[in-house]
Ligand binder design. Structure first.
Ligand code: NAP
Length: 246
């Protein structure tokens, strides 16, 4: 096995995912740019190459069994193993009315299904399909890009300003956090470290470029968790300032 570490970032064609790919590339990782749209994927790969990153495109829709299986086969051919998986791809789902909010009393169940399919089932699908490749790494790391809106502790605290009610999106991240803990328990006797990361409020397409943080700033915690030393934390939820309560 070559010494070059291999990373796969889902939803890496733009936003925070792109910057996670760029940041890992700058650290010397060979980065698979997971993205479902060919033109957006190739343009991200080109941009990363121009920045000196050893990147390759990985066609990947996290909601599709075949797409994810083919992505694993491509990484198998390209590298034979995987050191880092960053499950970054995510959607918020549409608001239930004007503005940002998703009112639980007005929710369309199809929105809940679609958001859960991408933000939770997609992560499980990608993780389980990539696990055989990750198990061949000497220091495998998995990062699930979550959100502090998934923190039930913060959501339930009236003194914390946490934005609008988001009844499809926020619970999808709570679900993702819960799944992350179950993976950490199951993988506790392996070298795999798996954690959830909140990027903070970042100006991206996701929120109409609202938010004080840049995608590069939003990528920092995920990059830190992707490059944890052996024996580092697992089964936790981090933002820049440290651990977020569940
Ligand atoms: P973004 O700019 O909208 O990027 C989202 C990425 O996910 C895009 O590359 C998108 O691809 C991809 N994606 C969506 N569905 C996919 C699917 N089925 N298969 C593959 N890729 C898919 O959003 P972002 O702000 O960078 O968000 C990245 C992550 O950070 C998300 O998990 C989000 O929940 C989380 N987050 C963001 C914020 C924030 O303030 N921005 C805060 C907390 C957490 P396409 O271009 O093809 O749509």
């Amino acid at each position: 096995m070559s010494d070059t570490k291999i990373a796969l970032v889902t939803g890496a064609n733009k936003g925070i995912g792109y910057e996670i790919a760029a940041g890992l590339g700058a650290l010397g990782y060979r980065v698979g740019v997971g993205a479902r749209d060919e033109a957006r994927r190739e343009s991200a790969v080109e941009k990363l190459h121009a920045a000196g990153v050893d990147a390759f495109g990985v066609p990947l829709d996290v909601t599709g069994d075949q797409s994810v299986t083919e992505a694993a086969e491509l990484i198998e051919r390209q590298a034979g193993h995987l050191d880092v998986l960053v499950n970054n791809a995510g959607i918020s789902g549409p608001p239930t009315g004007p503005g940002w909010g998703q009112d639980p009393t007005l929710l369309d169940l199809d929105v809940v299904r679609t958001v859960t399919e991408t933000n939770v089932l997609g992560v499980i699908r990608v993780t389980n399909t990539m696990l055989p490749l990750l198990r061949r790494s000497t220091s495998p790391r998995i990062v699930n890009v979550s959100s502090s809106v998934g923190s039930l502790t913060r959501q339930a605290d009236p003194d914390i300003e946490i934005g609008p009610v988001m009844a499809a999106y926020a619970p999808s991240k709570s679900f993702l956090n819960a799944v992350t803990v179950q993976y950490a328990r199951q993988l506790a006797d392996t070298d795999i470290l798996i954690n959830a990361a909140c990027p903070g409020l970042v100006a991206t397409d996701f929120n109409g470029f609202f938010g004080p943080r840049t995608p590069e700033q939003g990528a920092a915690t995920a990059i830190r968790l992707a490059t944890l030393p052996d024996g580092g934390p697992t089964g936790s939820f981090f933002e820049d300032d440290g651990i977020i309560p569940w």
